[in-house]
Design a protein around this ligand. Structure first.
Ligand SMILES: [Fe+2]
Length: 177
């Protein structure tokens, strides 16, 4: 019942990508837990998994906020649902001590999370972030071109162009700082 993330998943950068893989590894370890102490180990592992999922989501939502992602409300809602479903698995395990039921439920939650959220919602967000980065890079390039253009045609603007090195001459002809 192993869940494996595809290698061509959309990326959010090394840290968040590693975090996503770690969540899947933790879920797989819980699903594979066996033995008499499995319920208590699973309860502890679920606590850690929920905390890690929360941290992962915070990182992703910080990205959305910084980039002013327009469709963040439904994305955030699905993040909350994911964590709530994990908490439900943990509550059910504590109440019933049925490890097989908890493992099946966790597998189900992750299957949906990977298929419906990671491969669809997160991929959409990653594409949007990529486009935005390209747009910002293009704007930056255009701004640099404009500065260059202004420097070439209006020498008197050289010292007033933001970021331009201020090099001039004193009245006595010495180089000024
Ligand atoms: Fe997400």
């Amino acid at each position: 019942m192993y869940i494996v993330l595809c290698e061509d998943l959309a990326t959010f950068g090394p840290e968040l990508d590693r975090g996503r893989q770690l969540l899947v590894d933790m879920a797989n370890a819980i699903v594979e837990a066996r033995g008499p102490d499995a319920p208590s180990r699973m309860t502890d592992a679920l606590t850690l998994l929920i905390r890690s999922a929360d941290r992962q989501i915070q990182g992703e939502e910080a990205l959305m906020e910084a980039a002013a992602f327009g469709r963040s409300a439904p994305h955030r809602r699905r993040h909350r649902q994911f964590v709530e479903r994990l908490a439900e698995v943990q509550r059910s395990l504590s109440a019933r001590q049925d490890i097989v039921a908890a493992q099946l439920a966790l597998h189900h939650v992750f299957l949906h999370w990977v298929r419906d959220h990671v491969q669809r919602d997160d991929a959409r967000l990653a594409r949007w972030l990529d486009k935005r980065r390209d747009r910002l890079a293009r704007k930056e390039e255009e701004a640099q071109d404009s500065i260059l253009w202004a420097r070439q045609r209006r020498p008197e603007l050289r010292s007033s162009v933001p970021g331009a090195a201020c090099v001039g001459w004193t009245q006595r002809g010495n180089a000024a700082k």
